[in-house]
Write a protein that binds this ligand. Structure first.
Ligand code: 9MR
Length: 474
């Protein structure tokens, strides 16, 4: 069988190394190389503009606000990634030991899936927002409770989470650069790597992130402390895929001019970087400038996957009095919104498009003719698949290329192999989960200019689909 080199999209690129190795061992199907979508058109929403750059734009969501029509209107129009502001935390999901309640988190996942959004999971292990019973534990009882919690929650959401904040805020503020002294830390200093290994075993398809605040300024001791931990984890093979920079900025912790340097230096360790809880206190043009700077810094770093703001309207914010978000209390766009959108549309460095070779090249004969460089004349669109397969599951990215007339709505049809099932999808609405499935555009990727491209994806159990799907104008 052919050897595989999974490469291409940001999703394929960032699959855990172990997953790539298992495909190689299994000798699965060859995947195609895909450059990221960059079309000339400007996105008119945050999500669409970020997608043009191969990134996402997300927000924290408070699930009880999903009945607020203004809130949901902005959410569905602007964002293509969501984080549960509180609903997936330890106190919310395991209020009594080993009794799990997932209903609120499940509501958010369902809303995301129905609207073509992805989900960041937040947060598996953290010293705050622990249920009372966990606060009273220590030592091996707490360690075991943490491992069980991570296993149960990550297993429940397996296949539905783009990235998990596995460990949150484990470093001290101040000048020590040391780890925070918490009951989790006192279970043994290996607790963070145990948390990552546990999460990997429970959901091998999710990117696993370390997430913290006040790690934005490269010169700060806390930043250096986290950097040294990530470098050590990469050197020792601890399964970490990404670092989340919360980026809660205010006068005490302002946007630092070396922010881009921080993102670049972490990415150079071989992890993705994500801006996970962005809010910037202030108003008017100074706030707008800072938002624009953050967006430009992310776009300048190939491995910066995307940006999540910590709420929608100022009144939704945990720091409401600081008016730190992109929409005012009535849901109107602020100057900060326009600055962020414009910065997205300026473009930046595309995400990585190739994976460095990890094994011998494919043994199969190369194609006998060059692949088409443009869609066939008269065809409305073409679609290509890039998949990454691991034992028991897969992620597939689909690239849609418009023909000479452009697209105002599209569908892609393919057959999911027997025994396989789709568990999650993004930037699309699938007609089903198995057998013959048709994927329809969502609002923000309906229009594709002539020769332009857009991407969507899905994750599933079993074997990834292969071949060339059918693409049609809707
Ligand atoms: O926004 C969250 C707020 O509703 C909660 O009361 C608070 C409790 O700790 O947590 C807030 O979210 C935090 C996030 O989970 C981790 N980073 C800091 C965020 C703001 O405090």
């Amino acid at each position: 069988m052919d050897k595989v080199l999974a490469r291409g999209s940001a999703a394929a690129r960032s699959r855990p190394r172990a997953a790539v190795v298992s495909i190689l061992a299994a000798g699965a199907v060859v995947t195609a190389t895909v450059a990221m979508a960059t079309s000339a058109s400007a996105g008119t929403t945050l999500g669409a503009a970020a997608a043009e750059q191969g990134r996402y734009f997300g927000t924290a969501v408070a699930v009880n606000k999903l009945s607020d029509s203004t809130y949901v209107g902005i959410l569905n129009r602007e964002f293509n990634m969501v984080t549960a502001e509180n609903e997936m935390k330890w106190d919310a999901t395991e209020p009594s030991q080993n009794q799990f309640t997932f209903s609120a988190g499940d509501r958010l996942v369902a809303h995301a899936q129905a609207n073509g959004m992805r989900v960041r999971g937040h947060a598996l292990a953290w010293h705050q927002q622990q249920p009372g019973w966990a606060q009273s534990l220590s030592g091996s009882a707490l360690r075991q409770a943490m491992v069980n919690h991570i296993t149960q929650v990550a297993t429940h959401y397996r296949g539905k989470i783009y990235a998990w904040d596995v460990v949150n805020e484990a470093f001290d503020d101040g000048n020590s650069g040391a780890r925070r002294n918490t009951s989790l830390e006192r279970t043994g200093s290996d607790w963070i790597e145990v948390a990552f290994r546990t999460a990997r075993a429970a959901d091998p398809g999710a990117k696993l992130c370390y997430n913290d605040y006040n790690t934005d300024n490269w010169t700060w001791a806390k930043t250096q402390g986290v950097y040294n931990m990530v470098r050590d984890f990469k050197a020792r093979g601890v399964p970490i895929d990404c670092v989340g920079f919360q980026s809660h900025f205010n006068s005490g912790s302002p946007y630092p001019s070396n922010y881009r340097t921080t993102l670049q230096n972490f990415a150079a360790l071989g992890v993705d970087v994500q801006i996970t809880e962005l809010d910037i206190e202030g108003s008017g043009s100074s706030q707008a400038t800072a938002y624009g700077n953050v967006v430009r810094d992310c776009l300048a770093v190939a491995r910066c996957n995307g940006i999540t703001v910590w709420g929608i309207r100022d009144t939704d914010s945990w720091r409401a009095s600081g008016t730190p978000l992109l929409f005012d209390g009535s849901g109107n766009k602020k100057p900060a919104y326009t600055a962020a959108l414009n910065a997205l549309n300026e473009g930046g460095t595309p995400p990585p498009t190739t994976e460095p070779p990890t094994s011998e090249p494919p043994t199969s004969a190369p194609p006998t003719s060059a692949p088409p460089t443009s869609p066939p004349p008269g065809g409305a669109c073409t679609a290509t698949l890039t998949s990454n397969q691991w034992q028991g599951g897969f992620v597939t990215n689909v690239r849609v290329t418009a023909g000479a007339s452009g697209l105002n709505g599209w569908t892609v049809s393919l057959t999911v192999p027997s025994g396989a099932a789709i568990t999650n999808s993004w930037s699309t609405q699938p007609s089903g989960t198995s057998g013959a499935v048709t994927f329809r555009n969502v609002d923000y990727n309906r229009q594709v200019g002539a020769g332009g491209t857009t991407e969507f994806g899905f994750q599933g159990t079993g074997t990834a689909p292969t071949g060339t799907p059918t693409c049609a104008a809707a």
